[in-house]
Design a protein around this ligand. Structure first.
Ligand SMILES: [Cu+2]
Length: 172
């Protein structure tokens, strides 16, 4: 019996740890930076205007098998960036955009190739949601409404495992 109780204590403790870790992972989600990609095809950047959040990384994928391209910030853009040559079929190294703003860029080999990265302040960026204000509020509520019950469940499991251990110790 004692063996079964200590096994139960162990299982409940492990479940508590998993649930607590999961709730903390959810809590951290809103701040996570995203990896974004611009594709290059037919000597054009797509999308021509990419909207991202501060801290996001962008890579450029060159789908023009026989052309080398670059993604190079226009003169006067600060901070400047330049992927250097991206061979046909290759993907550039990532550029991290750590400041809000509008960053125009072009291909140095084909100056007609022009596009823009719009970097929004982290709290304001909700790409797929209309800018009504309610979308952002719903996102925030979604994060915390999952976090709190999971955290409470984890705490309850910790308490249950403590109670099991206490009963097991008294009956030994
Ligand atoms: Cu080019």
């Amino acid at each position: 019996m004692t063996h079964h109780r200590s096994l139960a204590t162990f299982v409940i403790g492990a479940l508590a740890a998993i649930v607590l870790a999961g709730s903390l992972a959810l809590w951290d989600t809103p701040a996570r930076a995203a990896n974004q990609q611009v594709s290059i095809s037919g000597a054009a950047f797509s999308p021509a205007t990419l909207t991202i959040s501060v801290g996001d990384k962008v890579t450029w994928q060159n789908n023009d098998a026989n052309l080398t391209h670059t993604a190079s910030s226009d003169a006067g853009v600060s901070p400047a960036f330049d992927t250097g040559g991206i061979s046909g079929g290759a993907t550039s190294s990532a550029v991290t955009f750590s400041q809000a703003g509008t960053f125009a860029y072009h291909c140095t080999i084909h100056p007609g190739m022009q596009a823009t990265i719009v970097v929004q302040a982290a709290a304001a960026a909700t790409p797929a949601v209309p800018k009504t204000g309610t979308g952002l509020a719903a996102d925030d509520a979604g994060g915390s409404s999952l976090f709190l019950p999971l955290f409470a469940a984890g705490a309850a499991l910790v308490a249950a495992s403590g109670a099991f251990a206490f009963v097991a110790a008294r009956r030994r």
